[in-house]
Design a protein around this ligand. Structure first.
Ligand code: K7E
Ligand code: CUA
Length: 668
């Protein structure tokens, strides 16, 4: 028998072969016209859905419109983004902390009653164990939580519960806990641990905090899914490496035919924490499932499964086989019965966690093909699985199945749509709610070899829009996708009303200035603070004086209330670019280390006189006060008397001597 690794390699070769032989222009002429119409959004018209897709290790979230598939905006989350000034002002710099990248995999829209409520989008960072909250009122990142304690590799994240009570997340990598403790990877089984974490979400503000954690054996948790309806209060996780290997995982973690899924009763876990059954680790209440029965069970699932997805009814849990050519469908009602009857594998607990009997709870293995990763649902009883190795989307029918179908589950496999190539995630609009919209599916492909015009070795990624409203799937459009997409969420445009300007009345920044009288520069020892107003097409003041060694703080308020009237504040050779939306105040702080006159200018083209929107930061030498320097005290306009002797400006080597004709500088 071939090993799994061999199988994968053979299949990958087959995929490679299709790259060269595949006819890209296989769409028939009449279909072309139909598809063009289906995805065409004419100038002046707008898309019907938002597609929020993860930007992977770009650390960003991208927004495209459906059906046009046009990328319309970028929401910076874990990486600085000068286009919106993110990561340059104090507030966003503080959110980013010590990191300038993240690895976004799974965006999740907030839900109320198992429906998208249009409030927030949560996204994970696999790299630095964080979760961020984007507010859909302004499409901006408002909180980054983490690094989460006792957790390493926040991949299985973030999955919202039905009413966004919690975000459930799990570690991909196990490490010695608490973090910071050092152990030899040779002692992996004994010394390393994984963790499933529950992050509480404040129902009013959306503020996230770490609520509790559940300790696990050192499997590599991969993906998760929250329950709903009958499975309300439960969550499901996949793992690879139940072999607990610590090296050559490619083969050592692919030995067993089945790996464990963790079935977590998060409501029972929250209750146990409330009853004081947790122990503190790194400041977090941690539950040990061996000591707190009823919160975690293991279920063997084949084989190194990847995605796990709960269908809209909450009854069927689908596991992508990855290394086995089928999707395993678990019947939640049977699973609950087995748990209630304590029908566990005889004597087969793993570190005190009961193991469920596979045949008791599995409804069937649907033979979808090679490399099934993720499954989505249309709410009409059908499921769609991304096939990484077979490079297609496979449509199949959810249970209940007829006796005839049960005998041969090939009968529930209904359609296959080739995708180009090696689809990772796919997303069906609303699939993770109880009410999918069901019309569109987007396949996010991992390999796009040759799909775009050649731009060198880094081949642009591609996503494909598939119409799933009929019996047969229809490939409608293909679009460039910023790297690197994993999961995505789709939201109906009509369900949210983002603001177009920050209302002046809501600006609570104590350093906001709305009229010229309140602008100015204050000096207090070496603390210099400037309050600047930005309006078409000037900054007030347009001169700021300071000295080397000063701590300079600049607050800029964009006093516009007109939509799209955005101003930037780019400070030359100081690595600062803030961007203020209408009605917004932003602040940055720098320690001045070099003398000179540094122009600042508006970076966002705002009017015919945008180029003229500029000013000067004059950084004199320490103790040097420029004659024209104007400081306002907090109370009034009085210039502060010079602290030291007035030192003349440094002499200009390139200026003509008074009265002489201009000559080229000898230094030129
Ligand atoms: Cu399949 Cu990180 Cu969700 Cu990518 S993961 S594909
Ligand atoms: Cu303000 Cu350009």
């Amino acid at each position: 028998m071939k090993t799994k690794t061999q199988l994968v390699s053979v299949a990958l070769l087959a995929v490679a072969a299709t790259f060269s032989s595949c006819d890209k222009s296989s769409t028939a002429k009449n279909e072309r016209a139909q598809n063009a119409q289906a995805s065409y959004v004419a100038p002046g018209e707008k898309d019907e859905y938002y597609l929020f897709y993860s930007g992977g290790h770009s650390g960003q979230v991208f927004v495209a419109g459906i059906p046009s598939m046009r990328h319309i905006t970028t929401i910076p989350v874990y990486a600085p983004y000068p286009a919106t000034g993110y990561g340059f002002d104090d507030e966003s710099r503080k959110m980013l902390g010590d990191y300038t990248w993240g690895d976004v995999h799974h965006p999740a829209l907030s839900q109320t009653g198992s429906k998208y409520d249009g409030r927030w989008l949560f996204v994970n960072d696999n790299a630095n164990n964080r979760v961020a909250r984007i507010d859909l009122r302004d499409f901006k990142t408002h909180q980054i939580l983490g690094p989460i304690p006792n957790s390493s590799g926040n991949h299985g994240s973030s999955f919202v519960t039905e009413n966004t009570e919690y975000l459930l997340v799990a570690t991909r990598f196990s490490v010695p806990l608490p973090k910071g403790r050092v152990a030899d990877p040779n002692d992996y089984e004994k010394e390393f641990n994984g963790m499933v974490s529950a992050l509480k979400v404040d129902p009013k503000s959306g503020e996230m905090s770490v609520a509790f954690q559940i300790l696990t054996p050192p499997f590599d948790w991969d993906l998760g899914s929250t329950g709903k309806g009958p499975s309300s209060g439960w969550a499901f996780w996949t793992s690879y490496n139940s072999e607990m290997a610590h090296d050559v995982l490619e083969s050592n973690a692919s030995q067993k035919d089945r790996d464990y899924s963790a079935i977590v009763n998060w409501k029972a876990a929250a209750q146990a924490v409330a009853e004081g059954k947790a122990q503190d680790m790194g400041g977090v209440p941690v539950l040990d499932p061996a000591k707190v029965p009823g919160i975690m069970y293991f279920l063997p699932i084949g084989k190194s499964p990847h995605g796990v997805d709960t269908d809209p009814s909450g009854k069927w849990i689908s596991y992508g086989g990855k290394l086995q050519p089928s999707v395993t469908v678990v019947n939640f009602e049977k699973l609950l019965q087995a748990i209630n009857k304590k029908d566990f594998v005889h004597g087969g607990d793993v570190r005190g966690v009961p193991v469920l009997e596979y045949n008791d709870v599995v409804e069937g293995e649907v033979p979808v093909g090679l490399g099934p990763l993720h499954t989505q649902f249309d709410g009409r009883g059908f499921a769609y699985t991304s096939m990484f190795i077979d490079s297609n989307i496979t449509k199949w029918k959810l249970p209940p199945w007829t006796d005839e179908e049960k005998k041969d589950l090939n009968k529930v496999v209904l359609d296959k749509m080739p995708a180009h190539y090696s689809t990772g995630h796919l997303v069906v609009a609303g699939s993770d709610t109880a009410h999918p919209y069901g019309k569109w599916c987007v396949a996010m492909n991992k390999l796009s070899a040759g799909r775009h015009i050649n731009v060198g070795p880094s081949q642009p990624e591609s996503s494909q829009l598939i119409d799933i409203s009929g019996d047969k799937m229809k490939m409608v459009a293909e679009a460039y996708t910023e790297p690197e997409p994993h999961f995505a969420q789709i939201l109906k445009v009509s369900e949210i009303q983002p603001i177009e300007a920050y209302p002046k009345a809501e600006n609570t920044d104590p350093n906001a200035v709305w009229d010229k009288e309140h602008t100015g520069v204050t000096r207090n020892g070496t603390q210099v603070e400037a309050k600047v107003l930005a309006v078409r097409s000037r900054f007030v003041p347009d001169r700021i004086d300071a000295q080397v060694g000063d701590d300079l703080t600049i607050h800029v308020t964009n006093v516009e209330q007109t939509r799209d009237m955005i101003h930037g504040f780019g400070l030359i050779e100081n690595n600062i670019n803030m961007v203020m939306d209408p009605g917004e105040t932003k602040t940055f702080h720098i320690k001045l280390t070099k003398p000179g006159v540094f122009p600042y200018y508006c970076t966002n083209f705002c009017s015919a006189l945008h180029q003229e929107m500029q000013g000067y930061l004059v950084v004199a030498n320490t103790g040097q006060v420029m004659p024209g320097a104007v400081y306002t005290s907090g109370a009034g306009q009085a210039p502060i008397p010079s602290a030291g002797a007035n030192v003349p400006a440094t002499s200009n080597p390139v200026a003509p001597a008074p009265g002489a004709a201009a000559t080229p500088s000898p230094q030129r």
